[in-house]
Design a protein around this ligand. Structure first.
Ligand SMILES: Nc1nc2c(ncn2[C@@H]2O[C@H](COP(=O)(O)OP(=O)(O)OP(=O)(O)O)[C@@H](O)[C@H]2O)c(=O)[nH]1
Length: 317
């Protein structure tokens, strides 16, 4: 072993420390989470915003700030659930919280501490243990300073926030400061995405999200819970069209049968619907290829990354 010898040390490059981690932005519906994310990540991801809320935490965008890569996970708005589907969504939002390195609770300045906010605070007491949790009071443009001071004080009395940010996601106030703060709090880890992949990441995500949405619509309650859609390949063609390859991963053979449907009819209609929406979204021709694969251990294999929509290759495909 030459490790530690003067020779080895002298050729070791001076690599800057890389940081990478997950941030969950939570709050009641309409708090302004999407608006803030778009400010911090860039306009391209904004389209995902208005998509129907699906049931799992997915990557919403990746921001790079200095040596840090901040991966924002999408958590459906937290509200008090009544229907079963709503309960599933809220559960998903909380699972995003327990996977995140940093959680930002966003509230609306002019609405103050609503019942919904109170419920979130209560839950944060359990789920948020050991996590860095910041408070972002949004829409500060709608209130006067004394109201803000009062709200800041009261919220901090109720919960031990690591930091409080007063922001206006719409006007842009405070978003940069929050991003810098988050960047500093990312764990020292190699980046999760190569820099050049980030450019088309939103499109890949949107395409996967569209297919997942169509699967949800087509399969209703039959939808296997542990199912994930990944856009494996995105190819721009000279004729202006693009070719998109997607994989639907399921846990069991039986699930594969459900997703494929009788003589492949289900996946075919899902593919048609997804392609039509992609064409409308991109405004050009799309060739969409969807494959369904059984990967029994995908949850354990790639752990939370896959769960959150991150696409790590197995290395043997
Ligand atoms: N006045 C004001 N309005 C804002 C601000 N930030 C966001 N909004 C508005 O608040 C509304 C909700 O914003 P979104 O970003 O869609 O909220 P969200 O939390 O992502 O909502 P869901 O997707 O339903 O969870 C939009 O109409 C925004 O334009 C702000 O700083 N000031």
């Amino acid at each position: 072993m030459t490790e530690g010898t003067p020779d080895t040390q002298s050729i070791t490059p001076d690599v800057a420390v890389q940081r990478a981690g997950f941030v969950a932005l939570i709050g009641e519906p309409n708090a302004g989470k999407s608006t803030l994310l778009n400010r911090m990540v860039g306009a391209k991801v904004s389209i995902v915003t208005h998509k129907v809320q699906t049931t799992r935490a997915r990557i919403r965008g990746v921001a790079i700030e200095g040596d840090s890569q901040i991966v924002f996970v999408d958590t459906p708005g937290l509200f008090q659930p009544k229907r079963r589907l709503d309960r599933a969504m809220v559960a998903a939002a909380w699972s995003g919280v327990s996977d995140a390195d940093v959680v930002v609770l966003m509230i609306e300045a002019h609405r103050g501490i609503t019942k919904g906010v109170e419920a979130i605070l209560e839950r944060l007491g359990d789920v948020g243990k050991g996590r860095t949790i910041a408070l972002a009071i949004n829409k500060i443009d709608r209130v006067e300073a004394p109201v803000l001071l009062g709200l800041t004080k009261e919220m901090n009395e109720r919960f031990a926030f690591a930091e409080t940010f007063l922001i206006s996601a719409e006007k842009g106030h405070g978003a940069g400061t929050l991003r810098t703060w988050l960047a500093e709090r990312m764990p020292v880890e190699p980046w999760l995405y190569p820099e050049d992949q980030i450019a088309d990441l939103p499109l890949r995500m949107i395409a996967a999200e569209i297919t997942r949405e169509k699967l949800t619509l087509r399969l209703h309650q039959e939808l296997p819970y542990q199912l994930t859609v990944e856009t494996e390949n995105w190819e721009e063609r000279k004729d202006g069209s693009c070719k998109v390859d997607q994989l639907v991963y399921v846990m069991r053979d039986g699930h594969k049968g459900i997703v494929l449907g009788n003589r492949g009819e289900t996946i075919k209609s899902v593919g048609q619907a997804a392609r039509a929406e992609l064409v409308e979204f991109l405004g050009r021709k799309v060739h969409l290829f969807i494959q369904v694969k059984v990967r029994p251990n995908w949850l354990e294999d790639s752990d939370r990354y896959s769960e959150m929509g991150l696409n790590f290759k197995d290395g043997n495909e």
